[in-house]
Design a binder for this molecule. Structure first.
Ligand SMILES: [Fe+2]
Ligand SMILES: [Fe+2]
Length: 283
């Protein structure tokens, strides 16, 4: 059996296929290696030097992503309080965002590897490899911001909710797109503008600038989600809105929470007819 190269000899690393590179991103617990392998795999893929999958046999994806010993994972209700005001609250906010972005790295590369055996246009994988690189960039930006505030990723506890949200959809690509880009990343579009405003209001320009980059990129991630979700529905001859609502009810606990950023969502192709009927009934 071939031995995986260690981080020290990752220079010039080329995976056996896109799916193999994706698997290694998800499976390694070493954060530097995760990012390096994501870049090396994307480079090889865009350089057209990589096949989508091995000719013989599938590349099974790990059940759980590889993660470092810290942060410890606790239930969501035990998370530290987040705020942009004081340093402790700001560090807690940046730490939770860094954790979300690390999950996004694993989830995106998992999707690339998990669905590499499906008959899909090459542009599907081009879109999501690009997203996988952008999630790695977001994680790195937040990690550096934490360092500038004398903290680090792993200094606080985190939770496992995002990976669990994707698990219910399993190997169903439409379900995966419904829950991850079209529910969770779309939620990011709702909460980002007020977060950016608050960071500016307390004079934290550095954090605001990072959040602006993430917001801009995430609009595209939602747009890719909507585009490929519609593509699958067209192919299955199903109504995208009804299919979306059915999948979200099946795979996502709890309804969707307003207020929605209708404008950014619509620009990404996620029009209110998709999500309005799923608003959680309060009272
Ligand atoms: Fe992101
Ligand atoms: Fe994203």
């Amino acid at each position: 059996m071939a031995v995986s190269p260690t981080r020290a000899d990752l220079t010039g690393y080329i995976p056996a296929s896109l799916a193999d590179g994706a698997r290694r991103v998800v499976e390694t617990p070493d954060l530097e290696e995760k990012i390096l392998v994501a870049h090396a795999t994307a480079r090889a893929w865009f350089g057209r030097g990589l096949s989508l999958r091995r000719r013989t046999g599938a590349t099974p994806m790990p059940d759980q992503p590889g993660r470092p010993a810290a942060p410890v994972l606790l239930p969501p209700r035990e998370m530290p309080r987040r705020a942009v005001g004081g340093t402790a609250g700001r560090v807690a906010l940046l730490h939770s965002l860094a954790h979300i972005e690390l999950n996004a790295v694993d989830l995106t590369w998992d999707m690339v590897g998990r669905f590499a055996h499906l008959q899909l246009p090459r542009s599907f994988f081009e879109d999501w490899v690009r997203v996988g690189l952008e999630e790695a960039k977001h994680f790195s930006l937040l990690r550096h911001r934490l360092a500038a505030l004398d903290s680090f990723y792993g200094a606080l506890p985190a939770h496992h909710g995002l990976w669990e949200a994707a698990e219910s959809a399993g190997d169903d690509l439409a379900g995966r797109l419904a829950v991850i880009p079209l529910v969770l990343e779309a939620r990011g579009l709702d909460i980002s503008p007020p977060m950016i405003e608050k960071a500016r209001a307390v004079g934290d320009e550095d954090t605001a600038a990072i959040l602006e980059i993430i917001y801009r990129d995430e609009k595209r991630h939602v747009a890719f989600g909507a585009k490929w979700f519609r593509f699958l529905c067209d192919r299955e001859r199903t109504d995208p809105e009804a299919r979306f609502q059915d999948l979200v009810r099946r795979h996502f606990r709890g309804g969707l929470k307003p207020p929605f950023n209708d404008r950014a969502r619509s620009e990404a192709g996620l029009t209110p007819g998709f999500y309005r009927p799923l608003v959680r009934l309060i009272g």
